[in-house]
Design a binder for this molecule. Structure first.
Ligand SMILES: Cc1cc2nc3c(=O)[nH]c(=O)nc-3n(C[C@H](O)[C@H](O)[C@H](O)COP(=O)(O)OP(=O)(O)OC[C@H]3O[C@@H](n4cnc5c(N)ncnc54)[C@H](O)[C@@H]3O)c2cc1C
Length: 471
């Protein structure tokens, strides 16, 4: 009898799991193992919301495994030590795991491969970074040609089914899977593979499916116009191939040109995810410092007081505050709001993008080193494919454009609930009688803006431009 360890990391699913299928093909007995790694659990980039989502998903995964005759083995400790222990306890001959491209994961797996027979199979991308290169074999630094090459690669085919049955040795002990501590998770992010697939189907299947309106709706802050799949993709509860397969079906079934174009736009977003994975893989320095060297010398102000106001959604700019409060309350934030809040922090407040990056990681359920780093550096204008540094999002007109009736703002900033739409994006412009009438005294119920937009914008332009020249 042969035994293999199936070591799960960020592929918490049974279907379309190449590492699991290979382990099941090659061994009679499988030990599905998840290791709570203290280096990750105690990292300053981790917070209770994402950990709770992880635990909730481990519990679901255990139930699914039990329905196949197996169960999840949970251990805590240094991965190399735990794997050695399980190999000794079970006599396992091999370890199968999905490739993980983050800088930490690569070092960890490298270390393990020096002493244990670990096979890295499959990847969190449809096409691993090594597949999407320039003709001369070097990596892309801009999205558009990366996307073109990605799309020219052969169709990855249909997602693979889950194994029907799994046998796991009785003798291997497991910790109890912790009960998630954080209870305020929005109901839309139900844990588990079935929930992820329902989400994908709701978004992609049917004549009126949101994917067909994605182009129009994706930026409207108050709508559920995006898929909401990021937490599932983050933990591999849904594979990238499953998402792309759903998207390609929607493209081929689209009833109108607009619907097809919208579905194509959504495919591009899935490719952005793979682009940022590739960037961090080939340019790991971006994790610590600005990707562009000339942007490493910005004299950030890093004022703890304005940082605090931003973190708590108390900047006095309603659309910024709404985004930050959505994040704090739910662990998720609309993409448009991520761009607006990140731009405000780095440009209006001149606070180092790394401060914002870490705060997002501490709160986002979908917090992912590559996408988060890529999103922050893109917005700050320090990264690849940079939005030029002189693009400064105007928090007033962004609100007017993407939340014209103030529905999103009133949902997340209750102090502004009664404020009429004509004042909702600039509540400080309300005359005193209106502040009393609408129960929102500026300076008492809701803050004055912490900066003047025009002055802050000019200061940001001057600071970034000087830093660039100083290099
Ligand atoms: C400052 C900043 C920080 C971000 N941090 C993260 C993060 O930690 N984790 C994360 O998954 N995304 C991050 N994003 C990207 C994006 O905001 C989210 O992926 C998106 O809001 C998730 O919602 P959705 O699943 O409904 O997306 P949809 O619009 O439905 O897109 C589908 C999928 O494509 C991927 N995707 C979409 N946009 C991007 C993008 N710009 N970059 C990379 N992948 C993308 C995601 O996996 C997403 O689930 C960040 C963006 C910014 C500007």
């Amino acid at each position: 009898m042969t035994t293999a360890i199936w070591w799960l990391r960020r592929d918490l699913r049974l279907a379309d799991n190449q590492a699991l299928l290979q382990a099941a093909e090659r061994a009679d007995k499988i030990i599905p193992l998840f290791i709570l790694d203290p280096a990750l659990l105690n990292s300053k980039y981790v917070g209770p919301k994402r950990i709770s989502f992880l635990f909730a998903n481990l519990r679901e995964l255990d139930l699914n495994l039990r329905s196949k005759g197996s169960r999840l083995i949970l251990r805590q400790g240094d991965p190399l030590q735990i794997l050695n222990e399980i190999v000794t306890e079970s006599g396992a001959q091999a370890i199968y795991a999905e490739t993980d491209y983050s800088p930490y994961a690569r070092k960890r797996d490298e270390r393990i491969s020096r002493s244990l027979p670990i096979h890295l199979v499959g990847s969190p991308c449809v096409f691993p970074p090594e597949f999407v290169l320039k003709p001369d074999g070097t990596p892309y630094k801009t999205f558009t040609p990366f996307c073109k090459t990605w799309k020219s690669l052969p169709d990855p085919g249909k997602p693979l089914p889950a194994p029907s049955q799994l046998v796991t040795p009785e003798s291997i002990a497991s910790l109890e899977i912790p009960i998630p501590a954080y209870n305020e998770m929005p109901m839309v992010f139900q844990p588990g593979e079935a929930a992820a697939h329902l989400h994908l189907e709701r978004f992609t299947i049917g004549f009126e499916a949101p994917i067909g309106h994605y182009d129009e709706d994706r930026n409207i802050l108050a709508l559920e116009g995006t898929s909401g799949l990021s937490p599932y993709l983050r933990f591999g509860i849904l594979s990238a191939r499953q998402a792309v397969h759903g998207c390609r079906l929607a493209i081929s079934n689209a009833g109108t040109v607009d619907a097809r174009n919208s579905a194509e736009t959504w495919l591009n977003e899935l490719i952005w995810r793979e682009f940022f994975i590739s960037i961090l893989y080939y340019f790991p320095h971006a994790r610590q410092e600005s990707f562009q060297e000339k942007m490493r010398y910005i004299p950030w102000h890093n004022d703890p007081l304005t940082f605090d106001a931003w973190k708590h959604g108390k900047t006095g700019f309603p659309v910024v505050d709404a985004g930050m409060r959505q994040l704090i309350k739910t662990g998720w934030m609309h993409n448009r709001a991520r761009m607006i809040t990140a731009s405000f922090l780095t440009k209006h407040l001149l606070i180092d993008w790394r401060w914002g990056e870490m705060f997002f990681m501490q709160h986002l359920i979908d917090g992912d080193p590559a996408s988060n780093n890529g999103g922050w550096q893109w917005t700050a204008g320090t990264g690849v494919d940079a939005a030029p540094y002189f693009r400064v999002f105007n928090p007033i007109t962004q609100g007017e454009k993407f939340d014209s009736d103030g529905v999103y703002i009133r949902r997340w900033v209750p102090e502004l609930k009664e404020v009429p739409t004509e004042y909702i994006h600039q509540p400080w412009s309300m005359p005193e009688w209106a502040q009393d009438k609408y129960n929102c005294r500026i300076g008492r119920d809701y803050p004055f803006p912490i900066v003047d937009h025009a002055t802050a914008r000019q200061l940001a332009l001057d600071t970034f431009s000087m830093a660039q020249k100083a290099k």
